[in-house]
Design a binder for this molecule. Structure first.
Ligand SMILES: C[C@@](CO)(OP(=O)(O)O)[C@H](O)COP(=O)(O)OP(=O)(O)OC[C@H]1O[C@@H](n2ccc(N)nc2=O)[C@H](O)[C@@H]1O
Ligand SMILES: Nc1ncnc2c1ncn2[C@@H]1O[C@H](COP(=O)(O)OP(=O)(O)O)[C@@H](O)[C@H]1O
Length: 283
């Protein structure tokens, strides 16, 4: 039977480390990064339309309807699958945009998995991940839903089992453009490749951090505040910075000591994304 309505989460991710190995001929950068999900994210609702229209019913400030990754993902899946059905989509946007925690990419991945189900397409995960990659480098990991060591531009994924600590994520009030950071001449682009098994040795550097800190004093300041209590680092190209704690109480204690001008949230690291947990529960 076809579901008439689906309500699904779109979790955030953290890059627990990020090394830049080089630059490809097309300008994209070869990375090695470690993705883990958070149990905090956006929420999307989907209902079927028989007339083929795709309508995002929630306005997202600063993002025109047709450029929203949700609409782009839905239209692409519709075209590639030749499906004549459409959807009304609602978004509860809880994640900061441009924060390096992957909200847009996660929204896109949730849309692909939701519409695959609503439209009864039954596409394989491989096919959905490949379509996702055409929307953004981070979309495939959200489609697959398992914490992973990522190589290439982020699409070659090796699933990993990581500890699931609590994270305090600080959200500096500044928008960091990923493209701007990757085009900075001072970016380190020659980190030597590491093996997935050496990861647990704990080399948690983010090669983007020095450039982001230099360009954005707000991010430098957030790192400084968090570093007073724990070892803090940047996720993706920022702006968010995070530290990890063995339990929620410890994270909360530090959160209460951060300046009121620095918003933050607490979430637990997850090796299986909330989206996949929910879809499995509904299967
Ligand atoms: C670097 C990461 C790590 O997770 O950071 P965040 O964006 O989450 O901070 C991502 O791979 C980003 O993925 P995503 O945000 O999907 O990036 P895209 O839209 O594909 O690319 C935005 C721009 O960043 C640059 N870019 C992105 C990824 C990459 N491996 N090399 C690049 O040089 C390109 O200039 C590209 O035009
Ligand atoms: N559904 C969406 N949610 C967030 N951002 C979106 C969405 N669709 C398109 N975008 C665009 O993508 C940009 C980066 O999005 P986001 O995923 O939040 O950041 P990051 O890639 O740094 O984690 C936003 O500034 C916005 O212009």
């Amino acid at each position: 039977m076809q579901d008439a309505q689906l309500i699904l989460p779109a979790p955030a991710k953290l890059n627990l480390m990020l090394h830049i190995l080089g630059r490809r001929a097309d300008g994209y950068h070869e990375l090695q990064t470690l993705f883990q999900f958070l149990d905090h994210g956006d929420e999307l609702g989907f209902t079927l339309r028989q007339d083929g229209d795709i309508r995002l019913r929630t306005e997202v400030p600063g993002v025109p309807h047709d450029s929203n990754l949700i609409v782009r993902a839905a239209r692409k899946l519709q075209v590639e699958s030749g499906c004549r059905l459409g959807a009304d989509i609602w978004l509860d946007k809880r994640l900061p945009m441009g924060g390096g925690i992957g909200g847009g990419s996660s929204d896109a991945a949730t849309t692909l998995l939701a519409l695959d189900r609503l439209w009864s397409l039954d596409w394989s995960e491989d096919r959905l991940a490949a379509l996702g990659l055409t929307l953004g480098a981070d979309v495939p990991v959200f489609v697959r839903g398992r914490a992973a060591f990522a190589e290439g531009v982020g699409e070659q994924l090796t699933p990993v089992e990581l500890p699931e600590p609590w994270f305090l994520v600080a959200v500096p009030q500044v928008f960091v453009s990923t493209a701007e950071i990757f085009s900075d001449p001072e970016l380190t682009r020659n980190s030597p490749p590491i093996k997935v098994r050496s990861l647990l040795g704990g080399d948690s550097r983010n090669d983007c951090q020095p450039v982001v800190e230099k360009r954005y004093p707000e991010v430098r300041n957030a790192l400084m505040e968090l570093n007073k209590f724990t070892s803090a680092r940047l996720t993706g190209t920022g702006a968010c910075v995070f530290g990890s704690f063995p339990n929620r109480g410890d994270a909360d204690k530090v959160r209460r000591q951060l300046p009121a001008t620095l918003p933050s949230f607490i979430a637990q690291g997850r090796n299986i994304s909330m989206l996949h947990r929910k879809l499995q529960g509904q299967a």
